[in-house]
Design a protein around this ligand. Structure first.
Ligand SMILES: Cc1cc2nc3c(=O)[nH]c(=O)nc-3n(C[C@H](O)[C@H](O)[C@H](O)COP(=O)(O)O)c2cc1C
Ligand code: SF4
Length: 542
């Protein structure tokens, strides 16, 4: 098996995939994926062969392959079932499924609108197949007995669509002609007529803030990269979307793949989105519409790779560990060159900015938060799904549209966000509205909990998430996320007693993580838990 089966995928990639970028190191992840796709796991022999072909020291390559959750270093059975037990799937019975069948657990798969969800992988024949789909106890049992393969999930159209989602569900996402027939490529034509400088001016005038979580002014970032002397300049489209409760970029890529360009980094758990984006690029290239290099990179199961500099390292074939900033990506980014990292939703907004002009875009929403925003509503609501609403819309309106009842709490912004209580839901959904109450829009995740939800379990799941996903590079985060989980477990387990010492300890750890962590993961790892402990009634009465 080793000789033929495992060398082929390596040779295919090194022979045809290589580009003139000094070393071949950046081919490491694609090669590892190719090996695993072909034979189901990455054996020592295959890794050593890949190292020889790519000139990478084996110890370093081992450090990379073992960093990513999706790579298997041991042979696996012909079928693996992983059930998502993250916040939303937990609310929908994931724990009961995990307790009843022999399934592994996985963090959020981005299918929260159809929770509970599972990832199923089947190897053999000869390529590996992957499906992410809704799961039930009955289906899980059938899959494990080899008697079923989950259907592709029913892809719901967005629940409410504005400018941004107007093409979703309207054209055939696998056909360039269909995209054209619905006005596709008009923005590309217009951008070419206008020229780069004018496009950047419109983006600046639109006052668009990044939709990836940090809300950085997009125009300012584009101006900085345009001014940078070093060449080439890279555009990295961040489609790693792993924030629990977030699935907007998946829907955008699945429903409107022709609208997205760049060095596109898509999480491994979005196979359909990747397929559609690759197909869109191939068709656009064949039709002579694209004259820049667009490369799709598959993530490998690491939440931290959504952090922009960790993502660059991952593309370069390294462990997905964030870099210290400065220098900032606009000066020293991917392969050490000026780089523009943008979220999928941010980039899709640019189409309308180019077509309608920056000032027209800025006339929507609020003064400080222009345009519309995508919200991923899930949990205890009658109509979970993706909603596009104007910035400034009260959270109450969104919850009413989604059919939320008996709300106990809302987790806004995912695990890195914070909990809101029913008295806060008149808050406007805008960057300034959330800031005013110490919350954040984050990735647009809106997870709703009704009175039946066990909030202790939710807080513990969030603490486990950060402990698992910390890359371990810096001490405050590596140790802090572990201690945070331990203390929380102790506090929530005790029925009575004085918890003041633990409350103080948690608060000290939170401060240390905020002040001394290298990246946003450590800096935000205590937010949801701190807000949960103060806002929710989890400590009283055991
Ligand atoms: C732990 C962590 C995970 C992140 N995950 C994502 C992600 O999945 N998608 C994303 O666009 N941005 C993510 N970000 C934010 C990126 O670092 C970066 O700010 C963003 O991609 C910039 O794009 P924007 O300006 O268009 O928002 C993450 C940040 C951190 C700290
Ligand atoms: S803060 Fe956490 S995730 Fe970020 S670099 Fe440090 S250890 Fe890694």
């Amino acid at each position: 098996m080793w000789e033929g089966g495992e060398r082929r995928p390596v040779d295919d990639h090194v022979a045809y995939g290589g580009r003139a970028v000094r070393s071949q190191r950046h081919q490491l992840l694609p090669v590892l994926h190719a090996i695993q796709d072909r034979v189901g796991w990455v054996s020592r022999g295959a890794l050593e062969y890949a190292c020889r072909r790519l000139s990478i020291p084996p110890a370093e390559a081992y450090g990379v392959v073992s960093f990513y959750a999706r790579f298997a270093l041991q042979p696996r059975g012909p079928l693996t079932l992983r059930v998502c037990d993250d916040i939303v799937c937990k609310l929908s019975g994931a724990d009961e499924i995990c307790a009843a069948v022999d399934a592994e657990r996985t963090p959020c798969l981005g299918l929260c609108d159809l929770a509970p969800a599972a990832l199923v992988e089947r190897s053999g024949s000869p390529y590996e197949e992957m499906q992410v789909a809704p799961i039930s106890l009955e289906l899980a049992a059938k899959i494990l007995q080899g008697g079923a393969w989950p259907d592709a999930p029913r892809r719901d159209e967005p629940r409410s669509a504005g400018q941004l989602l107007r093409r979703a569900g309207v054209y055939d996402p696998e056909s360039l002609e269909s995209y054209r027939a619905h006005g596709g490529f008009a923005a590309l034509r217009r951008a070419r007529e206008m020229g780069a400088e004018a496009v950047i001016r419109e983006v600046t005038e639109a006052r668009l803030l990044g939709r990836g979580g940090a809300a950085f002014p997009t125009g300012r970032k584009w101006e900085s990269v345009a001014k940078a002397q070093a060449r080439p300049h890279y555009l990295v489209c961040n489609a790693d979307e792993s924030e629990p409760g977030t699935f907007k970029d998946r829907v955008l890529m699945e429903a409107d793949p022709f609208a997205v360009v760049g060095y596109i980094y898509i999480r491994a758990e979005y196979p359909l989105a990747r397929e559609r984006i690759e197909n869109a690029i191939a068709q656009a290239r064949e039709a002579g519409l694209v004259d820049i290099d667009i490369e799709v990179r598959r993530g490998a199961g690491a939440y931290i790779c959504g952090e922009e500099t960790a993502l660059f390292n991952s593309i370069e074939g390294k462990r997905g560990e964030p870099r210290n900033k400065p220098p900032f990506p606009v000066e020293v980014g991917l392969f050490g060159k000026p780089t523009l990292p943008n979220n999928v939703e941010t980039l899709v907004n640019v189409l309308d900015i180019v077509l309608d002009g920056g000032p027209a875009f800025a006339s929507n929403g609020t003064n400080d938060s222009t345009g519309s925003r995508l919200f991923c509503v899930s949990g205890h609501v009658a109509r979970p799904g993706l909603y596009e609403v104007m910035m400034g819309t009260p959270l109450r309106e969104l919850l009413e549209q989604a059919g939320a009842d008996n709300v106990q709490a809302v987790l806004l912004g995912g695990a890195a966000g914070s909990f809101l209580t029913p008295d806060q839901i008149d808050m406007p959904l805008s960057f300034e509205g959330t800031r005013a109450i110490g919350a954040t829009l984050g990735s647009g995740a809106v997870i709703v909990f009704d009175e039946t939800a066990d909030m202790k379990q939710v807080l513990l799941r969030i603490a486990r998430f950060f402990r698992d996903e910390s890359c371990g590079q810096c001490v405050p985060c590596r140790v802090g996320t572990k201690r945070q989980e331990e203390i929380l477990e102790r506090m929530l387990a005790e029925r009575n007693g004085d918890r003041r010492a633990d409350v103080m300890l948690l608060s000290d750890i939170a401060q240390a993580m905020r002040d001394a962590s290298i990246c946003g993961l450590g800096q935000t790892a205590a937010n949801a838990i701190a807000s949960g402990l103060t806002q929710l009634k989890v400590l009283n009465g055991g």
